[in-house]
Design a protein around this ligand. Sequence first.
Ligand code: PXL
Length: 285
Amino acid sequence: MELTVGVTPPRVMTIAGTDSGGGAGAAADLRTFAACGVHGCVAVTAVTVQNTVGVTGVHTIPPDTVAAQIVSVASDIGLDAVKTGMLATTDIIEAIVAACDQVGIGGDGVPLVVDPVAASMHGDPLLADSALDAYRDLLFPRALVATPNLDEVRLLAGVDVRDRDGQYEAARVLHAMGPRYVLVKGGHLKADADGCLDLLYDGSEFTELPGPRFDTENTHGGGDSMAASLAAFLARGASVPEAVGFAKRYMVQAVRRSYALGGGHGPVSSLWTVRPWWAEDSPIG
Ligand code: PXL
């Protein structure tokens, strides 16, 4: 009998909702984890009825079931990083925070990336308005990195970012809410016609991450994949600035290769790093 040769990769959990169209949420996160070489686990918070045109239904999971998924995985498999996506309600956030405190996720423990998902790119709500306080009071103080886009910045920090100065101001306001690092993503910044600059702030130093802007509407799941790849690189042992740099380079290629799907917004191509086994140069042959 032959010996198996599998090596256990770093373990990463996404706490997120599902998207029946497969573009965003847990599916995007798990694809990204696979592409970035980590073992992906998932605690589902909500099931969305969704295609590329919009979200027509949301069914939330009972908060104690969300918490139980986290505790079950952390106590057996173990986790090297965790990211959050769509969390839907205050009750679910409170249950997640209690579970994370119980098993040592966040703060000085397992690195926690908080992507404060509030709406789909069609503008359909994915978070109760009343849950914004739970992000500010409970999740941000436990986060190693928070990764808001500019719509989320407006909701959470009350800053309407229109230019680079606004991006800097938003980073300062959000950092004061407790995350060790804030990554203010510039994808929605209309003033940047040629580029897409993300801004990292650790409370004393700003790091600009410039990148190209692609002419595409197919960016569904882009924010999820960015935060998931960041969590994956943290799990692989990178520092936050290193992991953010890797994640940015990974995302540039994922957006460059984004594809049309259905009649609405297609997804970014999270699996671009995976070489097809049926390709001519495949090791399977
Ligand atoms: O991309 C944000 C996002 C996260 N999670 C779920 C979503 C979306 C966007 O539509 O549906 C489940």
